[in-house]
Design a protein. Structure first.
Length: 347
C-alpha cells in the first residue's frame, strides 16, 4: 500500500476495461472542487480503441470515503421549491410526449410545453430525459425499477409518479434520509451490500455512479444478476472523449480526482457491458449539463477553483450557453463526443 496524505492508495497500472497498459495523461492533480487531500495522476489507455481514463494510484476501498467528506449533499435542496416542482411537472409532460406515458395533464398543444421550454433553455430536454432515465412507459408486469445512486430521490419520485415500482440505493446517509422523507424506499449503502435476490428488478438505472466504483465490471455484473430475464440496464456516466474535455484538458470538470476512479469512452463502455454479459448493447452521448460543465471548467482554468454557489459572469454564462446549443445540435446528429454517455443494455 502507498500512503498519499491522509488517503491510503493502491496502484492501478493497467486499464480496468481491456487490461492494456496506460500512459500518464495528467500528473500531480489536486481536488479543486471539494478539497480532499492528496495529489493524483490519471492514465489513458494505450489501446486507441479503448481510450479509458483512470486514477493511478487511486484511493483504496477502505479509504475512498475520505474523498467525500466535503462532497455536496444530495438532500440539501427543498423538494417543494418552485424549481423542483417545475422540473417534476415538465418531466411528466415530456414523458407523455416522448416516451408514451399517459400522464400529461394538459390538452394539445400545451402538452408540448417541455419542448417549448427547451427552446428558451438549451439542454432542458436532455436533463428531463435523465430524470425519466430514458425509459418508455412500462408494461404492467415489468414495472420493478432500482435506481442505484439515487441521491435524494428526485428522479425516483418522478418515476414512481409515472407508474414505476421504484426503489433506490444510495451511499450518502443524508440523501437517504431526504429520499425517505419523500416516502421512497431507499437502501443505505452500495449495490453489493444491498444483496438483492436474483432477478429482483425489470430495470436497473444509475446516473453518475459507475465512474466512482473500483470495479466497473463487477458493478455491471451485479446489475445483471439482479435483473429479470429480458430486463434493461440504463447507466449514465461522463464521456472520456467529450468535446468539453478536449477544450479544457486538465481543467475539465469531469475529471474530478480523486472521486472519479474511471472514465469511459463510448467504445470502452460498450466493451465493458459486453464483457459483463449483457446483450443488445448500445451507447449514445448526450448534451446534458454542457453549460454547467463549461462554467465549472472555465472557473478551474481562470481561478484554479470552482465554487458551487458562485454566480458566473455574464460573459461566462453566455459562452456556456453557446456551447450548450452547439453540442445539442451535434448530439442530435448522433455524435459520440457529447458530455455524457448513456449505456442501454438487455439481459
Amino acid at each position: 500500500m502507498i500512503s498519499d496524505a491522509s488517503i491510503e492508495t493502491s496502484r492501478q497500472a493497467n486499464c480496468v476495461v481491456c487490461g492494456a497498459a496506460g500512459s500518464y495523461k495528467y500528473r500531480d492533480l489536486t481536488d479543486r472542487l471539494f478539497g480532499s487531500p492528496g495529489r493524483w495522476s490519471i492514465r489513458e489507455c494505450n489501446d486507441p480503441q479503448c481510450l479509458s481514463l483512470w486514477l493511478d494510484p487511486r484511493p483504496t476501498e477502505v479509504d475512498i470515503g475520505k474523498a467525500y467528506q466535503h462532497y455536496y449533499t444530495h438532500g440539501q435542496a427543498d423538494p417543494n421549491s418552485l424549481i423542483k416542482r417545475l422540473v417534476k411537472f415538465l418531466a411528466r409532460e415530456l414523458a407523455a410526449v416522448r416516451y408514451g406515458y399517459a400522464s400529461s395533464q394538459l390538452p394539445w398543444p400545451g402538452k408540448h410545453l417541455a419542448h417549448l421550454a427547451a427552446a428558451f433553455y438549451p439542454g432542458l430536454v436532455a436533463h428531463l430525459d435523465l430524470m425519466v432515465r430514458y425509459l418508455p412507459a412500462p408494461a404492467l408486469d415489468r414495472r420493478r425499477l432500482l435506481d442505484v445512486g439515487c441521491g435524494d430521490g428526485e428522479a425516483l419520485e418522478i418515476l414512481r409518479g409515472l407508474g414505476w415500482q421504484a426503489e433506490g440505493v444510495e451511499f450518502d446517509a443524508s440523501a437517504v434520509s431526504a429520499a425517505r422523507q419523500r416516502g421512497l424506499q431507499v437502501w443505505h449503502g452500495g449495490l453489493d451490500s444491498a444483496a438483492f435476490p436474483d432477478k429482483s428488478f425489470d430495470v436497473v438505472t444509475s446516473s453518475h455512479v459507475i465512474e466512482h466504483v473500483h470495479s466497473p465490471q463487477k458493478f455491471l455484473q451485479e446489475s445483471l444478476r439482479i435483473l429479470a430475464d429480458g430486463g434493461t440496464l440504463i447507466a449514465v456516466t461522463p464521456n472520456a472523449v467529450a468535446r468539453c474535455h478536449t477544450r479544457h484538458g486538465v481543467n475539465w470538470r469531469g475529471l474530478e480526482p480523486p472521486r472519479h476512479l474511471f472514465l469511459a469512452s463510448p467504445d470502452a463502455l460498450h466493451a465493458l457491458a459486453v464483457k459483463a454479459g449483457f446483450r443488445s448493447v448500445s451507447v449514445q452521448s448526450t448534451s446534458r449539463a454542457v453549460a454547467l460543465s463549461e462554467i465549472a471548467s472555465m472557473s478551474l482554468t481562470s481561478t484554479g477553483r470552482y465554487q458551487w454557489d458562485a454566480k458566473p459572469s455574464t460573459v461566462t454564462w453566455l459562452r456556456a450557453q453557446f456551447y450548450q446549443v452547439v453540442e445539442s445540435v451535434r448530439t442530435d446528429a448522433n455524435s459520440l463526443d457529447g458530455n455524457e454517455l448513456v449505456l442501454t443494455a438487455l439481459k
